[in-house]
Write a protein that binds this ligand. Structure first.
Ligand code: SF4
Ligand code: SF4
Length: 227
């Protein structure tokens, strides 16, 4: 899932300065699962905004709405509140949702209520761990399922570096060394010979360094949003 966390209230209040009618828009996708941008969090955020406005004796109307996913045009028809009726929409979807919705409603400012952080999984109650960086050229087949791009601080594909220490990364004692994890995983699977192979340099053009990426499945295409 895409993992994000709510921006600090001071930053949210600064973004909303000058807006007196605001819609807090939740998303029922990943951000609901990671407990940062679902309907419950939207209700809490709306209550905090109303309270902050009352304290400052500032007129502010805050409504709340939620759609199944803000990154899919299929669900925008389910909006109960029309974004055009607000000075601003505070979206607590990930950055994809905010960007996509602002393309659909260009006359209304869509403001990000979250900092979108990474692709991750919930490893314990209340804890999310980054697992993938969306590099476009997946290497997990020979790393025992541990991603060296997302989880090694230096994105090494031929690790470990000299800084690994008792299973921890030299960047932080709190952080597991990805290449130590890869070693353990390959050892458990009886595949340590994988580590003897020198991997060629990656084609980083498939990564973000090649600009914004797109995926087209020709047999499914129809008219594109924003074109
Ligand atoms: S190698 Fe690339 S695609 Fe595969 S998990 Fe890591 S970042 Fe994601
Ligand atoms: S210590 Fe491990 S995780 Fe940290 S940079 Fe070196 S190889 Fe990567």
């Amino acid at each position: 899932m895409i993992v994000g966390e709510r921006k600090p209230m001071d930053e949210i209040l600064a973004m909303l300065e000058g807006h007196s009618r605001v819609l807090v828009l939740a998303c029922g996708g990943c951000v609901t699962v990671c407990l940062s941008g679902g309907e419950k969090q939207a209700d809490e955020l709306a209550a905090l905004l109303r309270l902050a406005a009352r304290k400052k004796r500032r007129p502010l109307t805050v409504d709340v709405d939620c759609i199944t996913r803000q990154c899919d045009r299929e669900f925008t028809a389910n909006l109960k509140c029309d974004p055009a009726g607000y000075d601003a929409v505070l979206s607590i979807a990930c950055g994809v949702g905010v960007g996509f919705m602002s393309e659909l409603y260009p006359a209304t400012p869509f403001l990000p209520g979250l900092n979108t952080t990474f692709y991750g999984a919930s490893t314990a109650s209340g804890i999310w761990q980054e697992y993938c960086y969306g590099c476009g050229d997946c290497l997990l087949a020979w790393t025992g399922g541990v991603c060296p791009i997302a989880r090694c601080s230096k994105n090494l594909v031929n690790g470990a570096c000299g800084g690994t220490n008792n299973g921890k990364c030299e960047v932080s004692r709190e952080m597991d060394c990805a290449w130590h994890l890869i070693y353990e995983r390959l050892e458990a699977a009886g595949r340590l010979e994988e580590l003897r192979k020198v991997r060629p340099p990656r084609d980083w053009r498939l990564d973000r360094s090649g600009g914004a990426r797109r995926l087209t499945q020709e047999e499914l295409t129809d008219e594109e949003v924003g074109k």
